[in-house]
Design a protein around this ligand. Structure first.
Ligand SMILES: [Ca+2]
Ligand SMILES: [Ca+2]
Ligand SMILES: [Ca+2]
Length: 382
């Protein structure tokens, strides 16, 4: 009797508590992933501006540090893929090899350049199948410049444009004396951005730095969950360095990214974060088919190549509901509109993909084509 009563209280407490934690958004958030990289090179003021003009709620600066400790927006500490540095003779001798999350990486690293030097570089589009016509035109912005843009555009548009910074490779930066976390918290404090209601969400693939941030700020925190790939049946594939949060590797903790989205993993995330940011296949994956039994994936659209268009969606994994039951919101990534990056079910229509994930109950989407995400949100609302 007592036991039943206690269980009933527990159940209703869970049911009541869950929506309250993320009820602030009547509709899913749209996050301009690195700006609007379907149109402009990643992490440029021009790309963030395009995202804002498309109607996003947040722009996403990934943060790395310069040698003189300035936080700048780059997808990685390596500069080769997203800037013109390989064409800059004066910097040729700074190409080097460093250990990044346990693996040797040869490139130019932001942490070997002053901010003044970084400002002489120009961004380039890292994806070869996207518009290269903006290469060499736009500068690398600092976190300060991203914050200024968000504030200016919030005033201009009357909307709240938030920032969604990602702390990149926390352990790598700390080992060089260039830790990101305290600098970020202090910078946000200057704006008065210290609370859950502040227009800021901080994300990371590592866990220890988020636990630390939880003691230093009340702004919303998101645990990202990565993977290497999905196999032919739609199962998550984990390969180092995309197997575990790197702080787990350092600590000898054997748990993997997959363990973070189990009920136990999510419950632990809830102790220090407000939301979880899994890669899309953790929520709903696609599988290849072999209807003609030739041992090879079927070329569903008959174009002679096998890509996302030749996968069919498999059922909801239940991760969204499990997270919601704990009061965690779910923001997933990355939505890319190119037909070859859309599962067969979507019939080349990016709006259909957003709608499928909105129907799963996700609370936010990181999009490379934020205009399509905003459009899909309007369609889903009807
Ligand atoms: Ca990011
Ligand atoms: Ca086949
Ligand atoms: Ca095909």
């Amino acid at each position: 009797m007592l036991r039943t009563f206690a269980s009933a209280i527990l159940i209703s407490a869970t049911v009541l508590a869950a929506p309250a934690a993320f009820a602030q958004n009547a509709q899913p958030l749209v996050i301009g992933h690195r700006g609007a990289p379907g149109y402009f090179p990643d992490h440029t003021i021009e790309g963030y501006t395009k995202a804002i003009e498309s109607g996003v709620d947040f722009i996403e600066p990934d943060l790395v540090s310069t040698k003189d400790g300035v936080l700048i927006a780059r997808h990685e500490p390596m500069l080769g893929g997203t800037t013109d540095i390989s064409e800059r003779k004066e910097f040729a001798d700074r190409k080097t090899t460093k250990k990044l999350d346990g693996f040797d990486v040869t490139d130019w690293f932001a942490s070997d350049f002053t901010f003044a030097e970084i400002k002489t570089l120009k961004a380039k589009q890292p994806m070869a199948d996207r518009d290269q016509s903006h290469n060499g035109k736009y500068a690398i912005p600092s976190l300060d410049e991203v914050i200024e843009l968000a504030k200016k555009k919030s005033t201009e548009t009357g909307r709240t444009i938030g920032i969604y910074p990602e702390v990149k490779h926390s352990i790598f930066h700390a080992a060089q004396g260039l830790a990101i976390e305290d600098k970020l918290v202090d910078r946000l404090k200057k704006e008065g951005w210290t609370e859950k209601t502040s227009p800021v969400i901080i994300q990371s693939f590592e866990t220890a730095n988020l636990k630390y941030l939880h003691t230093r700020t009340n702004v919303r925190l998101v645990q990202l969950v990565d993977a290497e790939d999905v196999d032919k049946d739609g199962n998550i594939v984990l390969v180092a360095p995309l197997e575990q949060p790197y702080d787990y590797v350092v600590a000898g903790d054997k748990r993997t990214f997959k363990d973070l989205v189990t009920p136990a993993g999510l419950a632990e995330i809830k102790t220090y974060a407000d939301g979880v940011g899994p890669w899309k296949p953790y929520l709903m994956a696609g599988k290849q088919t072999d209807a003609n039994n030739d041992g090879k994936p079927d070329d569903l659209n008959g174009d002679g190549a096998v890509d996302e268009r030749d996968r069919v969606l498999i059922k909801d994994t239940g991760v969204v509901k499990a997270a919601h039951d704990l009061g965690l919101f779910v923001h997933t990534w990355t939505f890319r509109s190119e037909p070859k990056r859309l599962a067969s079910d979507y019939k080349n229509d990016p709006v259909a993909e957003y709608r499928a994930f909105f129907d799963l109950g996700v609370d936010g989407v990181f999009s490379d084509y934020p205009d399509h995400a905003v459009k899909a949100r309007g369609v889903a609302q009807r």
